[in-house]
Write a new protein. Structure first.
Length: 262
């Protein structure tokens, strides 16, 4: 049974093998990390934005899942503008803070690059069922079954941890111990959740071992993980986006290989 919502499960990207999505995310990330310039990041972000229309996420789901990224990207850019490498004309200076034309361009490049790398990664894996990903890692990439199944079990526990956190907070308030200082309450509740997680992990490990998940015998899989035309097309699109963004930056003369900057 899929953990995805029906409207996401039926989307074009959700039906693609998760291994192909992982390959696209890794390839785009590595390519965009090779240079820090505005053009390549802008082109990649534009093309990725067009691709996201086929993700199946509605506007609310998209903004809810990517909200941390929209907050982190401008912050990273602002930090670079204020404290990054100075070059060109000085636009503003006060104490340790200096804003120059070079740092402003660099900050904009960092902001766009964080968005261009983060958005496809978040959306691609928002359309991926953890069980499908585990099947792909084990059957397509041939990763060890013990590692894959252990990771899958951990991912499946995230939802339970969220429920446990809410239950712990409600229980502490019911006992009258949840009104202390925010940092104290966070620390004590986090420690209680850690103890609960360790106990649950031990029980889960024992149960999985009892059911033969730790055996050295080759496993069979309930659902075959196929890698076909759709997966090749998606990887091709990812390579195309990376290639076009690099070509645009080279043509515009803004390409700056990251190793050359050092």
């Amino acid at each position: 049974m899929s953990a995805l919502l029906p409207e996401i499960q039926d989307s074009a990207i959700a039906r693609v093998n998760p291994v192909a999505k992982l390959a696209v995310a890794v390839f785009l990330s590595v390519t965009l990390l090779l240079s820090i310039d505005v053009v390549s990041a802008s082109v990649a972000l534009l093309l990725v934005g067009i691709l996201l229309f086929w993700s199946g996420l509605d506007a609310r789901q998209f903004w809810m899942r990517t909200a941390p990224l929209w907050l982190a990207a401008p912050f990273a850019g602002l930090t670079t503008v204020l404290y990054g490498e100075d070059s060109g004309a000085v636009l503003f200076e006060w104490g340790l803070i200096s804003v120059t034309e070079g740092s402003l361009t660099l900050g904009l490049s960092i902001t766009l690059r964080v968005l261009a790398i983060g958005l496809p990664s978040i959306v691609l894996f928002a359309t991926t069922d953890p069980t499908d990903l585990a099947d792909g890692l084990a059957q397509v990439l041939r990763l060890p079954a013990r590692f894959v199944l252990g990771g899958l079990a951990g991912v499946r526990m995230i939802g339970l941890f969220l429920d446990d956190w809410r239950a712990l907070g409600q229980a502490r308030r019911a006992r009258g111990v949840g009104d202390s200082h925010a940092l104290v309450r966070l620390g004590t509740q986090a420690f209680a959740l850690l103890v609960l997680a360790i106990r649950r992990g031990s029980k889960l490990a024992t149960a999985m071992e009892a059911k033969g998940f730790g055996s050295d015998i080759a496993r069979t899989w309930a659902r075959p993980s196929r890698f076909g035309v759709a997966e090749v097309v998606l990887i091709g699109i990812g390579i195309g986006i990376a290639g076009v963004s690099v070509a645009a930056a080279v043509y515009a003369g803004t390409w700056s290989f990251i190793l050359d900057r050092s």
